[in-house]
Write a protein that binds this ligand. Structure first.
Ligand SMILES: *Cc1c(COP(=O)(O)O)cnc(C)c1O
Length: 457
């Protein structure tokens, strides 16, 4: 719909000017949420029969709404898994939208999908998976994990018709991301959780399987290991788990949604050994590969198995599998049909900067975690809970209780200084509330970290 009433040039300038000033701002204001009623009072009704006009809507966005939202790339936003999309990627996200290409089928998106696939080839090369392995960009890690689980179960059922109605089981650890259990619910499978304080090992997996009844064992179809737990950056014993998966003929999925970026970091690459034996891998470029939201990825050792599970059929879709349309259809390998060409911003940024720059930026996140570890150890009022792992650091403020961490988090966020949130650490004595850093943004400085620790005095 091309609205002829608006002054296109003027609005474009406003939008592009805003976009440029926003991505040039390396220390953006850390917004704080407001209640919906407060926002309503400030903004009023914006969707009306006549419209309020682009100028007014944009002003409300810029002056009110954005200020009640958190910029994920703020250098002192170290909570959850922050992000730090490159300027090249953000600008190309605008270009991707402006280009209006349907990214599901080669027939419509050939050139753009070709570019996405070059970025994908680099991702696949990081995993060390053998020739033939390939993947697609998804909306995120959740969808990637779901797509992989669906593929695994379809494959398992295809091996034995008596499994057609059997309820499957996946084995994972308590360090796995919440999306694994959530997606298991979606496909109605049971989850067996291996309880562990640190990494899940092949041995623990083997023991868990050995303890199962014969009936239960017959229902296990996949093991989901984590390549960098979201809470503490722990990488499971991937090689050991691969051995046990081979022994029991189980699908081996590695969820490296957060940690996957570190595959490009030579200082820690060895920790992922065994990932090259996975049947499928999840990596989120929107976490540690500097892509804007939303961009996840799922990679398969044998993409044909994913195609069997996911390719949709329908009379109006027939033409897409026609001779003339032959090519790679991203929709055949994950659960989403219509999709934006969401890998394009990553492609443009990789093409612009080269993969070396990516390696350096990821190494910087790991280095920041080491620096934080040192500062925490040196300070009298703080101590490490465990050694930093990847770019995650768990630490305690000596003497603090859960309420103290909570109050400190809110105070820093409200004042616009920093967003650092507490988490829980599984001690043998029970869960303990501690503080946590996760570094992604290479522009975070040692001074940022020191200032945050000082604010705990
Ligand atoms: C973030 C994360 C997910 C979920 O990914 P989304 O992109 O948020 O859907 C899954 N697994 C791990 C290990 C994660 O860190």
């Amino acid at each position: 719909m091309h609205n002829v009433d608006i002054d296109l040039v003027e609005m474009s300038l406003d939008v592009i000017k805003y976009a440029i000033s926003r991505i040039s701002d390396t220390d953006p204001k850390l917004g704080f949420p407001k209640k919906a009623e407060e926002l309503k009072a400030l903004v009023g009704e914006t969707v009306t029969p006549q419209g309020i006009g682009g100028e007014k809507a944009f002003a409300l966005f810029r002056d009110v709404l954005v200020k009640a939202s958190v910029p994920i790339d703020h250098p002192r936003h170290l909570a959850f898994v922050p992000a730090s999309p490159t300027r090249a990627a953000v600008m190309f996200d605008l270009v991707t939208s402006a280009t209006s290409v349907h990214g599901a089928f080669w027939l419509e998106g050939a050139g753009c999908i070709f570019a996405e696939n070059q970025a994908m080839e680099w991702l696949v090369s990081l995993t060390g998976l053998p020739e033939g392995a390939f993947g697609v960009f998804t909306s995120g890690g959740t969808e990637a994990n779901l797509s992989a689980m669906v593929t695994a179960r379809e494959y398992w059922r295809s091996l034995d018709p008596s499994r057609a109605h059997a309820r499957g089981i996946v084995i994972t650890s308590n360090g796995a991301h919440s999306s694994v259990v959530a997606m298991a619910k979606v496909i109605d499978v049971d989850v067996v959780l291996i309880e562990t304080e640190n990494e899940m090992t092949g041995r623990q997996l083997d023991e868990t399987i050995a303890k199962m009844s014969r009936e239960e064992r017959s229902r296990v179809f996949a093991v989901i290991a984590t390549g960098g737990t979201t809470n503490s950056g722990i990488i499971d014993d991937l090689a050991g788990i691969a051995d046990i998966c081979e022994k029991h003929r189980l699908w081996f999925h590695v969820d490296a949604a957060y940690g996957g970026g570190a595959l490009a970091a030579s200082s820690v690459r060895h920790l992922f050994n065994g990932i090259e034996r996975a049947d499928s891998v999840t990596i989120d470029p929107h976490k540690w590969l500097f892509s804007p939201y939303d961009c996840g990825a799922v990679i398969y050792r044998e993409p044909a198995l994913a195609r069997k599970a996911h390719a949709q059929e329908g009379s109006y879709l027939d033409i897409f599998s026609d001779e003339g349309a032959q090519g790679f259809n991203p929709s055949d390998y994950q659960i989403q049909l219509t999709r934006r060409v969401r890998g394009l911003p990553l492609w443009f940024s990789l093409a612009t900067h080269g993969t070396k720059r990516y390696e350096q930026a990821i190494e910087r996140g790991i280095e920041l975690a080491q620096i934080a570890g040192r500062l925490i150890t040196e300070a009298e009022h703080t101590e490490l809970v465990r050694e930093p792992s990847l770019s995650c650091v768990l630490y305690r403020r000596i003497g603090w209780k859960a309420e103290d961490y909570r109050a400190w988090t809110y105070a820093n966020h409200k004042s616009g200084f920093a967003l650092v949130a507490p988490t829980k650490w599984r001690n043998p004595e029970g869960p303990e509330t501690v503080s946590r850093f996760c570094f992604i943004n290479p522009d975070t400085t040692e001074k940022d970290i020191a200032d945050i620790l000082d604010s705990m005095k």
